[in-house]
Design a protein around this ligand. Structure first.
Ligand code: FE2
Length: 340
């Protein structure tokens, strides 16, 4: 195999890994997105991503590269997500309210970044394949690249609406992200009728959605791990990462959320793989008082604490002290501990 062909195989493997990881990410996003136009975009994107993964996988096999180690890595990333889905235990009420709309907008922005990355990857594959006369790979890359560009356009068209929802939620205190409420409201709007029967059905669907959504925050860390697997230095929460010493990085890890820690972990493993950094991350991660904690505002944590038991309040206090150290949260935790 020539060096060019090896490069093609390498890029196809990268593309395959990111399509497969994206399948899981999209599944978890669908679970937390109320019905409506953005949810349909996500569902189309998921079907398309499955197809891309299959086609790229077939092409790799045709090139005699079916059992490449990179695919094993993708499998591992997937199982991390699966595990997180199984373990997620966050109460639904934590997902309701102001945080949800913001999270959906953030997911949409991340999707744009992922699509941009995929477009670049397929453009490179297209170029190389043409140069070595591998027409079949070139055609595949062209058609997937065109799908990705259309998908990026579609997601970009959703951003203004998702932004409006954040403003409604945060400025006007009218969150659309009350899953049970919104699922019903959206469907009624879409149908153009407020028929009661329809509303009842939708409420049942919304309840199912809500049950699935409950599992979502546990996915944050796995999502970070996936994003880290394709992240570049500038995507990390620590600026100028590559130019810092291990000690400098270690001193900054405490401020990071679980998702950002997972990104750094994944990035570090792919690059310098320094033990001091990785073991500090291990000691910082996984001890969130509950899955999804890092994504909550101080007000949301305080609200969740109001019916917490002593053990949970204690967990919050020690975790909060070691991480964000927000005065409001610490006060609320102390109050619960004194009353308990
Ligand atoms: Fe794709």
């Amino acid at each position: 195999m020539t060096a060019d062909q090896q490069k093609i195989v390498q890029y196809l493997n990268e593309a395959h890994a990111s399509e497969r990881a994206l399948v899981r990410v999209l599944q978890s996003q669908i679970a937390m997105t109320p019905s409506g136009s953005y949810r349909s975009v996500l569902e189309t994107h998921l079907r398309e991503t499955h197809r891309h993964a299959d086609h790229v996988g077939l092409r790799l096999r045709a090139l005699g590269q079916g059992g490449n180690p990179v695919q094993a890595v993708a499998g591992a990333v997937e199982s991390v997500v699966g595990q997180a889905l199984a373990l997620g235990k966050t109460p639904l009420d934590l997902l309701r309210g102001s945080g949800g709309d913001e999270k959906i907008l953030k997911n949409a922005k991340d999707t744009c970044a992922t699509e941009g990355l995929e477009i670049a990857t397929y453009t490179a594959i297209e170029r190389l394949a043409k140069q070595v006369g591998d027409d079949e790979t070139a055609q595949l890359a062209t058609s997937i690249r065109e799908d990705e560009q259309r998908m990026l356009e579609r997601v970009l068209r959703e951003i203004p609406k998702l932004t409006d929802a954040v403003v409604r939620a945060e400025v006007h205190d009218d969150p659309s992200y009350d899953v049970t409420k919104t699922g019903a409201a959206d469907a009624v709007r879409d149908a153009g009728h407020a028929a009661q029967k329809r509303t009842k059905q939708t409420t049942a669907t919304a309840r199912r959605t809500a049950r699935r959504a409950r599992k979502v925050p546990g996915v944050a860390r796995a999502e970070g791990q996936i994003k880290g697997a394709v992240a570049s230095e500038s995507d990390l929460a620590i600026a100028r990462y590559d130019s810092l010493t291990a000690d400098e990085i270690v001193s900054r890890l405490g401020d990071l959320s679980q998702i950002d820690l997972a990104k750094v972990d994944s990035y570090e493993r792919r690059h310098q793989d320094r033990t001091t950094i990785l073991s500090r991350i291990t000691s910082l991660r996984g001890d969130e008082p509950w899955a999804g904690y890092d994504e909550l505002t101080a007000a949301e944590v305080t609200r969740a604490l109001s019916d917490a038991d002593e053990e949970r309040a204690g967990k919050v206090r020690s975790y909060e002290r070691a991480h964000k150290n927000r005065a409001g949260v610490l006060k609320a935790a102390d109050r619960e501990l004194t009353h308990a």
